[in-house]
Ligand binder design. Structure first.
Ligand code: ZN
Length: 320
């Protein structure tokens, strides 16, 4: 790894300030901590996709999908965690992305990828654990890698142990755990044109900024898509672009230009966090609504209030 230059050191100081300041009211939540059920439990009870051609309605945080397909639970270079949750469905492009990534890991000796949540069979809100993953276009990939050839026992697969790659208060990924393969994994994901963005812990973004030269145009092109956000210390969250077959899919505003390693970018981000925290605090005092079940990966830009599901999703929920 290259020694961090002065710019990176400045950046790291900023990140520490962020972590100590704005982050304080938001304790890092275990990704799998059970949260109280939301009233949208109907979506979690559906066990089959809605028939029809693939069609995404709405957005990542308030959407649904017709014609989702299941990711096979095992394939070259990957294995699906917690299959009992039935959250391994997605748009066919998402399924292909995961399979391609597994094949990449397999071919490059990275090991076996542990695949966390995709979406429910018809997408929609989850009753616990996530606010996004609603449109069949998001997937979590754990940073914990299984050595090549190794498999989880059935019991561990049903209740796997997450490993945090960021020690409390650290400004970089844990050097005892973080390997070049992790950086290569993030890079492979971010270079995929099907991927709109991915979310990582700020300390992990800092490690990437220190490893790959952000001043390089080609590097900046993919680093731009790597968005620092709370949580995401044990997994990366991959979010795809709206597929061409789904005109009613609502894309997210693209990340701002640049690699996102400069101080200006992080100060922008810091303001976003402050606004987001203020909005969250307002919501918390006004209502005990679904805001509580929203995870930090829902968006990396502020939304003032949760949007309702598109009308068309009710038909998708009720269809055979
Ligand atoms: Zn996620």
């Amino acid at each position: 790894m290259r020694a961090p230059g002065p710019g990176v050191r400045f950046l790291l100081v900023s990140i520490v300030a962020i972590a100590v300041g704005a982050a304080a009211p938001v304790p890092a939540r275990k990704p799998d901590a059970p949260l109280k059920p939301a009233p949208d439990a109907a979506w979690a009870k559906v066990t089959t996709p809605a028939d029809g051609p693939p069609l995404v309605m709405g957005g990542y945080t308030q959407g649904c999908i017709q014609g989702a397909i299941a990711l096979p639970l095992d394939g070259p270079g990957y294995t699906v965690l917690r299959p009992q949750r039935l959250r391994f469905f997605g748009h066919p492009v998402l399924i292909q992305v995961v399979q391609d990534l597994g094949a990449w890991a397999d071919a490059n000796g990275v090991g076996t990828l542990l695949v966390g949540d995709l979406s429910q069979p018809r997408g929609g809100p989850m009753s616990y654990g996530h606010a996004s993953h609603e449109a069949g276009l998001d997937v979590d990939i754990w940073l914990r890698l299984l050595p090549p050839g190794q498999r989880l026992s059935d019991a561990e697969r049903r209740q796997p142990t997450a490993i945090s790659f960021v020690r409390a208060g650290a400004d970089m990924a844990d050097p005892r755990l973080w390997r070049p393969a992790h950086g290569a994994l993030v890079r492979a994901v971010a270079q995929d044109p099907r991927v709109a963005r991915l979310f990582v812990h700020p300390a992990i973004k800092a490690s990437l900024c220190a490893t790959y030269p952000p001043e390089d145009t080609g590097t900046a092109r993919w680093l731009r898509k790597v968005r620092p956000w709370y949580g995401h210390d044990s997994h990366i969250h991959i979010r795809l672009n709206c597929p061409v077959d789904s005109p009613a899919c609502e894309p997210q505003t693209p990340p701002p230009p640049g690699a996102g390693c400069d101080v200006e970018t992080f100060s922008w981000w810091r303001e976003e966090i402050a606004r987001w925290l203020a909005a969250k605090a307002r919501r918390a005092t006004q209502t005990a609504a679904r805001a509580d079940t929203r995870d930090d990966s829902a968006t990396d830009s502020v939304t003032d209030s949760p949007q309702p599901l598109p009308q068309a999703c009710q038909a998708i929920l009720n269809s055979r």
